[in-house]
Design a protein around this ligand. Structure first.
Ligand SMILES: [Zn+2]
Length: 291
């Protein structure tokens, strides 16, 4: 007896099998969707994909409203909320795709996968930080034309003090001269921490009203009179760029002169990648002011 005869004789069996297979397929889709939801709603803000959001050049241009004063200096006025919403949405869509690679397939459209609640919490994290920031953390040296440079090194391996990842962006001084570049606060906020850390050297931690924490490390010196508990305004000098750290208090010269900037958010102090944010505010440097 051949299969051909079987098919002719029992078509209902094959239809039943096909229906069964389709049922199993759709059920597995639903299970995957549910699994995807679980993965995405859990710790979305701490996911690497979310924290390392990339912005296109158009995004950079369109994200902030700014004005230009009579001297041609650009001032950040506020953030384009709807534009940011789109970027966060796109970024979360990428999170979904990455999750898919890890085996959690989400064959239906995005809005079924990420709940409004998760979306809102992501958006508010981004909005808090981007709305805090008003300027680049290092002054522009208009007279001497010494430049600064930085690249995206968030997540790179670091070994001093044990294996860890680089939770920030290093802004290097073109002349490698300690005490040359003024470091300014990117935000309004309160000085929460000052003093020596073995890793960070002379550091300052500033807490903004949104709850985000801005960490400036390896300073050569602090701005005169600056103390813990003081309120600072965005753009005010908080210290001078240096190369302190990696040893007991006062250790300098273990690496090139740079500012290490870290940005942390939320109760768990999740580390954000400052690189993309720095790119956005690169055009908003304060005038060089030495003291
Ligand atoms: Zn660093």
């Amino acid at each position: 007896m051949s299969n051909r005869i079987n098919r002719k004789k029992y078509p209902a069996v094959f239809i039943f099998m096909l229906t069964g297979a389709a049922f199993v397929y759709f059920m597995s889709c639903f299970i995957n969707i549910a699994e995807g939801c679980k993965k995405i709603s859990k710790d979305i803000i701490s996911s690497e994909v979310f924290r390392t959001v990339d912005f296109s050049y158009d995004d950079y241009k369109m994200l902030y409203y700014y004005s230009t004063d009579k001297n041609g200096i650009k001032q950040l006025e506020g953030i384009n909320k709807s534009r940011l919403k789109n970027i966060v949405y796109d970024n979360m869509y990428n999170v979904v795709n990455k999750t898919k690679e890890k085996g959690s397939r989400c064959p239906i459209i995005f809005k079924y996968i990420v709940s409004d609640e998760v979306y809102e919490s992501c958006f508010s994290a981004y909005f808090s930080i981007m709305n805090d920031i008003r300027c680049f953390p290092v002054s522009y040296d208009s007279d001497n034309k010494v430049g600064i440079a930085y690249e995206d090194s968030w997540g790179a391996a670091r070994t001093y003090g044990g294996n860890r990842i680089h939770e920030g962006t290093d802004i290097m001084a073109g002349n490698n001269e300690r005490g040359y570049f003024p470091v300014v606060s990117m935000t309004d906020g309160r000085v929460e921490k000052m003093g020596w850390l073995k890793l960070g050297g002379y550091r300052i931690g500033i807490r903004s009203e949104s709850g985000a924490y801005y960490y400036y490390a390896h300073l050569d010196s602090y701005a005169q009179g600056l103390k813990e508990g003081m309120d600072v305004k965005a753009g005010s000098v908080i210290g001078m760029m240096g190369d302190s750290g990696y040893g007991k208090e006062g250790t300098k010269g273990k690496f090139d002169v740079h500012l290490h900037l870290g940005i942390y958010y939320g109760e768990d102090e999740i580390s954000f990648n400052p690189y993309h944010i720095l790119k956005i505010v690169d055009g908003f440097k304060m005038e060089f002011q030495k003291y």
